[in-house]
Design a protein around this ligand. Sequence first.
Ligand code: GLN
Length: 497
Amino acid sequence: MADLIHKTAAELAAVVASGEASAVEVAQAHLNRIGAVDGAVHAFLHVDTDGALAAAAAVDAKRAAGDKLGPLAGVPLGLKDVMCMKDIPTTCGSKILEGWRPPYDATVTARLKAAGIVILGKTNMDEFAMGSSTEHSAYGPTHNPWDLERIPGGSGGGSSACLAAFEAPLSIGTDTGGSIRQPAAVTATVGVKPTYGAVSRYGLIALASSLDQAGPCARTVLDAAMLHQVIAGYDPHDSTSLTDPVADMVSAAGTRDLTGMKIGVVKELGGEGYQSGVRQRFTEALEILSGLGAEIIEVSCPHFDYALAAYYLILPSECSSNLAKFDGMRYGVRAGDDGESSVEQVMARTRAAGFGEEVTRRIILGTYALSAGYYDAYYGSAQKIRTLIQRDFDDAFARVDVLVSPTAPTTAFKLGEKLDDPLAMYLNDIATIPANLAGTPGMSLPIGLAPEDNLPVGIQIMAPARKDERMYAVGGALEAALLARWGAPILTQARAL
Ligand code: GLN
């Protein structure tokens, strides 16, 4: 069957279920595409050809035996390299884990496998998920399929680029400060950070445990909803896992009329510092939402102005603790073990050799912020800001059903442009970080191209905790209205490949 790679996940699942094409043919088409374009894109750190074909063959065998297939059975996926997959190299984009093969599957990985989803390989990322461009990957950056000279977002740039390059219709990302949503925005794909605790963190190599959340990445709202449904749900292996039943995101994604919906526009997220084409597309999206029946209301969240500062104290503090286990003693790389040096010396050499600049910077920052005498001033104050941000969300959601903002202040910037300026890099997440601090869900959805550079712009839709389905309702309706205007999915305009 021709052109399997441009189909959505929902379409591919139907193709496999009906027997129009086998799961093996679907997997092979995507592996061929990876072979053809990934030299230029570098979305994947590892391609598991044999494993993918075997998983696809198992789906075909199940179908032949007349067994019922799951809703995404036989659909290929790229898995962010922060997620453990048994016996498959898992590096987190770091040299310190080079060659490590996890002895177990993360819960997300296990659920994907059980659903018959075909894992093609591990996607590139900034080292330990710190960054907004994938340039901090120890294995070289990923390139944006819209313009190979530009960044695909980060930290999950491999997971966004593989979708935009049609190497996979689905991928998994993780979002600690925006690493699912910002890459989605700059590649014209859909990315969802679920409510904190909605998707298990077991086997997700931790960056900042109170902020990390895995979620679905796709090319359509419906595909993201279907994947969300597969990976979400209670897991006894994760002490922060929510016990709520998973809501019906797929039905919500079918919403076309927003009558009665109150949509809050966050005053603090927009305006100055946001590229003009980003603002223009965002304003147009608000008009479309209003045309669909929603009531648009301006809302103020005054403490969002302090979110970035609080995040860059809380995140380094947690990561300095989480990354202490990478010491060359238990797994991964060991450097300078000459048989005479002390354990401390070998640990220091291993960490110096294994960690990149950004990771080192954050470990030092976090260690400092947590040290005696500074703890209250830095970490303690940041936690207070976090509470105030949570209250801003509570106050806002007392007035409106969802909040919206541009996802990122600019379109994709050039590779190298912000690499030497950490603060400029951090500012990419100015609009996405509040949701991580509050544990609330957020989605990014493409809303067009900025007229000045013809690069994708995303809208962020945020909902109250445990109300993820609202983002799918608003996103589904907006996406359908945009598609009717454009006549074709926006990714058909990505012409770099
Ligand atoms: N870019 C942000 C950071 O560098 C977010 C990272 C993430 O969400 N993993 O921390």
